[in-house]
Design a binder for this molecule. Structure first.
Ligand code: BEZ
Ligand code: FE
Length: 304
């Protein structure tokens, strides 16, 4: 009978996965065991601390629903989401930079005509967004679905509101690029906002004296056949949280200068009804494949 000391224990647990049929799963599990054991050893983790961690993870799971994902939030604030993004996008070759998907990609991205106001009923400063999708050489890509979502003037996404199911989506839409790769829409200028702080992740942020803010941004998911799905944001230049995003998601290339305008008409020739802002940003896609993530709450078929 082996008498395990702490080093032998790690070797035994790693070996216990030796017969795992899928080599990648075997590798991931054995590396996870190494890292977890190493953490316990380096920190001399106490029983109380381990109990606290189990309780924290339990509460994180209990906070999740079809449209609320506390585990994504945890991964985001620990920088894991951005690290997974970084190791999977090491060579951009001139393609637009990527950033976190975040927990508010919840579906209901209805195809919407160009020029539509996706925040029609919301108060806020009006903004016109004009954009284009191209390949790495600048060739326009037509017929590409682009999902958009952003927070309102109070810093909340539609899905965070109690009446979301009854009210349906707001500041959330899908546009299909035209023959010249273009799409455009009206909305409000988003503001910086705190990530949800009413759960265990927010509690951790408060208890560790971090701030919970994200700089203002609009989310884009560009999903063209034959190209890598592009998950990104466009940030608003001048936001005071650009250097301290709670989820570490800002990249310089993703910061857009937002022009303040007073012209009486917007770029599509329709009336502006007062001062407005203009966001202009182009997306360059890299050839590739793969699937864009399914929105939260979408039922994914189980393996047969
Ligand atoms: C968001 O931008 O929607 C987001 C991303 C990560 C954590 C929380 C919110
Ligand atoms: Fe966001």
């Amino acid at each position: 009978m082996t008498q395990f000391n702490d080093a032998e224990l790690t070797t035994a647990v790693i070996r216990s996965f030796d017969q795992t049929p899928n080599p990648r799963v075997k590798f991931l599990l054995q590396e996870l065991v190494k890292s977890l054991h190493d953490y316990v050893r380096r920190t001399d983790l106490t029983f109380e601390e381990w109990d606290y961690a189990i309780d924290f993870l339990t509460r994180t799971g209990q906070k999740c629903t079809d449209i609320r994902q506390e585990f994504i939030l945890l991964s985001d604030v620990l920088g894991v989401s951005m690290l997974v993004d970084a190791v999977n996008h090491r060579n951009r070759d001139g393609a637009t930079e990527t950033t976190v998907l975040g927990p508010f990609y919840v579906g209901e991205h209805k195809v919407t005509p160009h020029g539509a106001d996706i925040s029609a009923s919301l108060p806020g400063e009006r903004m016109f967004v004009q954009s284009r999708v191209t390949d790495l050489k600048g060739k326009p890509l037509a017929g590409v679905p682009v999902d958009i979502w952003h927070a309102d003037d109070d810093g909340f996404y539609d899905s965070q509101k109690p009446d979301y199911t009854a009210q349906g989506p707001s500041s959330r839409a899908r546009f299909i690029t035209d023959a010249d790769g273009r799409f455009y829409f009206r909305t409000i200028v988003p503001c910086s906002y705190p990530i949800p702080t009413d759960g265990p992740v927010g509690q951790m942020i408060k208890q560790t004296n971090r701030h919970a803010m994200r700089p203002a941004h609009v989310h884009f998911l560009v999903n063209a056949k034959g190209y890598e799905p592009l998950i990104t944001h466009v940030f608003m230049d001048g936001d005071k949280y650009l250097d301290s995003d709670v989820v570490f998601g800002v990249k310089d290339e993703l910061i857009a200068t937002i022009e303040k305008r007073t012209d009486p008409v917007m770029p599509d020739g329709k009336s502006a009804d007062g001062p407005w802002s203009l966001m202009t940003y182009e997306f360059r896609l890299k050839p590739g494949g793969g699937m864009a993530p399914a929105p939260l709450g979408t039922k994914v078929a189980e393996d047969a």
